[in-house]
Design a protein around this ligand. Structure first.
Ligand SMILES: NC(=O)c1ccc[n+]([C@@H]2O[C@H](COP(=O)([O-])OP(=O)(O)OC[C@H]3O[C@@H](n4cnc5c(N)ncnc54)[C@H](OP(=O)(O)O)[C@@H]3O)[C@@H](O)[C@H]2O)c1
Length: 299
């Protein structure tokens, strides 16, 4: 059980998911939020690629829980900078080992649907990973490292949405930015399937798993799933933008921009959370609707 006096270290907390995780844990524990990108006053600098810095910081704050969100999440950057991706996404996990093994510290790691090859339609926790991209391979490397810790939570996320107009680096905000700049026709792929993952629901799931001392591998996505084009179309509806049309295209349309290999299907189901009665998320349509109204998108 998480107590208010417990110390929680969060790495990579300046990102999309970090915003939700910071809000969920703050007030319920003593939170130390860190990142390399200090975009909030409440962040402290910690570069997880620096083993000595990680070890020193752990000795300074002596956390009771570690929530490791730091990662390189731009798939094209990872594809062209594999060493940096490996150091950040995989090797960094091992730098916590001496502390975690000495203190038996619960450790959360966020993995990705991108560890699957997309040959199946829908993946659960028992499916065998076969990552295609450098991002997927390095994230799976991190997952393998974290499974050595007895109290690990591996939460596999899907198509992340959350953080709002400033922090959201992914699909929803990319679509909204096009609309804000006046686009009336959006070209969106219909040959890639996945499940959105709402950062605020995932943050709640992470908190609850730690609070209830439930460890293991969990898929943590919304219910259902669809193509990028379906999601874009529903987003336009949610934002009341009937004037904007979505034209379906194949992935080849974007092959020079998004050149990292992506699985045909990244759809996942949260079987382990369902089994525990802890599937604290919602249908992706409800999450998109909620997200569309949570922020002022400047439209
Ligand atoms: N976004 C997705 O679609 C997605 C999907 C599945 C799983 N995940 C996983 O979810 C977790 C949270 O990611 P997110 O969605 O919140 O992405 P994000 O917004 O990119 O957040 C990751 C944060 O980590 C920071 N970071 C990068 N390198 C670091 C380093 N060496 N030391 C410390 N911090 C560093 C990033 O800073 P910079 O902004 O400066 O790089 C960023 O603030 C990650 O483990 C990610 O792999 C994400």
């Amino acid at each position: 059980m998480i107590r208010k006096t417990d110390t929680v270290l969060i790495t990579g907390c300046g990102g999309m998911l970090g915003e939700g995780v910071y809000k969920r844990f703050t007030g319920n524990a003593n939170v130390f939020a860190t990142d390399i990108d200090l975009n909030e006053a409440w962040l402290t600098h910690l570069d997880v690629r620096d083993k000595a810095q990680v070890e020193q910081y752990l000795e300074e704050i002596r956390p009771d829980y570690i929530v490791h969100l730091a990662a390189l999440t731009d798939m094209e950057y990872c594809e062209t900078h594999p060493d940096d991706a490996e150091a950040t996404n995989a090797d960094s996990v091992a730098y916590f080992a001496p502390y975690v093994e000495t203190h038996g510290t619960p450790f959360v790691y966020i993995c990705t649907a991108g560890i699957f090859d997309g040959k199946k339609d829908v993946y659960d926790e028992d499916d065998e990973p076969h990552p295609l991209s450098v991002y997927g391979k390095t994230k799976y490397g991190g997952e393998i490292n974290v499974k050595k810790y007895p109290k690990h939570v591996v939460a596999r996320a899907g198509w992340m949405m959350g953080g709002g107009p400033i922090k959201d680096k992914k699909f929803i905000n990319k679509i909204i930015k096009q609309v804000r700049s006046g686009a009336k026709e959006l070209f969106v792929v219909d040959d890639k399937l996945g499940t959105p993952c709402y950062t605020y629901d995932l943050a709640n799931i992470l908190y609850t798993l730690l609070d209830q001392e439930q460890y293991g591998v969990f898929h943590g996505v919304c219910e259902g799933g669809g193509s990028r084009a379906e999601i874009a179309r529903f987003l336009m509806e949610s934002l009341g933008r009937k004037d904007v049309t979505v034209t379906e295209v194949g992935s080849d349309y974007f092959k020079s921009t998004y050149f990292a290999p992506r699985p045909r299907s990244e759809k996942m189901v949260n079987r382990h959370l369902h089994d525990l009665g802890l599937n604290l998320t919602r249908d992706w349509h409800d999450a998109v609707e909620d997200y569309a109204h949570k922020f002022d998108w400047g439209l």
